[in-house]
Design a protein around this ligand. Structure first.
Ligand SMILES: Cc1cc2nc3c(=O)[nH]c(=O)nc-3n(C[C@H](O)[C@H](O)[C@H](O)COP(=O)(O)O)c2cc1C
Length: 372
């Protein structure tokens, strides 16, 4: 029987040839929201990877919604044209689907790139005024955001729809809303960051569900629409797995095709028990209780570990970030591990283990061996 990892899966109107998803990863290398040469290299690498789906980094619906000066956006024509070119590079290499994550950083915007400390931008670093559901900073030393007016919130729903329309024109197969990790949509959901007294505070799901509905209205049913959510803030008094299930049921009702289940990053002081597959039980809970396809993510790095998650029905797909940064050939090696033949770019076909005796020597044992 073929391994679950290499069984195709249908999401909305598209089919992923296998269930390994390259998770969205900010590259902090854009120029005023527009992709650069770096993105061509980065996307090109993953177009060669064999992954069933690659999701482009959190791309922001407004300029002020970027985390850093280097984050991608889809807020002007130049952003759209630069992204269309990058996606064209990707399409020239593989037939596998490509997706994009759409979001807004809210109070976590105006920050330095990680390799320059990742903290709030200082006065000489061209910071900007951040905006959020409530005027509560992310943590000590972070900018205090200005609270959105109700009119601005309605405008934000339109900004999400406009960016998604740009993503449609760029030609993505899949859109994933970013409703996790303490960014804007999640800031509305979490009682730690949403203290509003109007309808957007009394019903913390109101704005997120308005965005989901707007996305469903503009994104074609023949493609795939999903969302990444937090299952928990890992803090007493924060967003809970039970609320996440209620949210997931609503998202399913709106017509979303899948949910990627993550957690944390709402506040800097959360204590998170990071162990292999630590978020998988949340994906399982949402899959069982909300009845929607789920993607597990977080500390999944081993092929047998990934296979077990799918085979035991805990999730429908696995997403990986750091394992694929570390080893962009992870999928090739996992396929080899399970004796599955996958499509390589023809230029690279001579390294396939079936034709290259050196393959066994070249495999670092940790790439597909059992997790410690
Ligand atoms: C360099 C880097 C950039 C990331 N950028 C994003 C992002 O744009 N959107 C997002 O939802 N998560 C982002 N993440 C989180 C990953 O998608 C993933 O959820 C997290 O790294 C846990 O998975 P892993 O253990 O496989 O790395 C990023 C992670 C890394 C390492």
């Amino acid at each position: 029987m073929s391994p679950h990892l290499f069984t195709p899966i249908q999401l909305g109107g598209i089919t992923l040839p296998n269930r390994v998803v390259i998770a969205p990863m900010c590259q902090y290398s854009a120029d005023d929201g527009s992709m650069t040469d770096w993105h061509h290299v980065h996307l090109g690498t993953y177009a060669c990877s064999g992954a069933g789906l690659f999701v482009v980094e959190k791309t922001n619906v407004t300029r002020e919604g970027r985390i850093t000066h280097g984050c991608t956006g889809l807020y002007n024509d130049h952003n759209e044209a630069a992204m269309a070119r990058a996606v064209q590079v990707y399409r020239g290499i593989t037939r596998n689907p490509i997706g994009i994550q759409i979001g807004h950083a809210g109070r976590k915007a105006s920050a330095a790139v990680p390799w320059q400390g990742g903290k709030a931008l200082g006065p000489t670093e061209s910071p900007w005024q951040t905006v959020a559901p409530s005027a509560i900073p992310f943590g000590d030393g972070w900018h205090t955001p200005r609270e959105f007016t109700r009119e601005e919130i309605r405008g934000l729903v339109d900004a999400f729809a406009a960016a998604i329309l740009r993503a449609k024109r760029v030609g993505y197969d899949l859109v994933e809303l970013h409703s996790a990790h303490g960014y804007l949509i999640h800031q509305f959901l979490s009682p730690l960051s949403n203290k509003r007294t109007d309808e957007y505070g009394k019903d913390r799901m109101k704005f997120p569900l308005e965005v989901a509905r707007a996305a469903r209205d503009v994104w074609p049913k023949e493609r795939a629409l999903g969302i990444r959510i937090n299952a928990t803030d890992w803090v007493d008094g924060g967003w809970t797995p039970e609320e996440a299930v209620i949210y997931a049921k609503e998202l399913k009702r709106i017509g979303l095709d899948f949910i990627c289940v993550s957690s944390g990053a709402t506040v800097p002081y959360a204590k998170i028990p990071v162990t292999p597959g630590f978020q998988v039980p949340f994906a399982e809970k949402i899959r069982k209780e909300a009845g929607i396809k789920t993607r597990a993510v977080g500390m999944i790095a081993d092929a047998d570990q990934a296979e077990e998650i799918l085979a035991s029905g805990k999730a429908d797909m696995v997403a990986m970030a750091r394992a694929l940064l570390d080893n962009p050939r992870w999928v090739w090696h996992a396929a080899e591990h399970f004796s599955v033949k996958i499509e390589y770019p023809p230029q690279y076909s001579r390294v396939h283990a079936s034709v290259w005796p050196g393959a066994a020597l070249a495999r670092p044992p940790a790439s597909v061996s059992k997790a410690a």
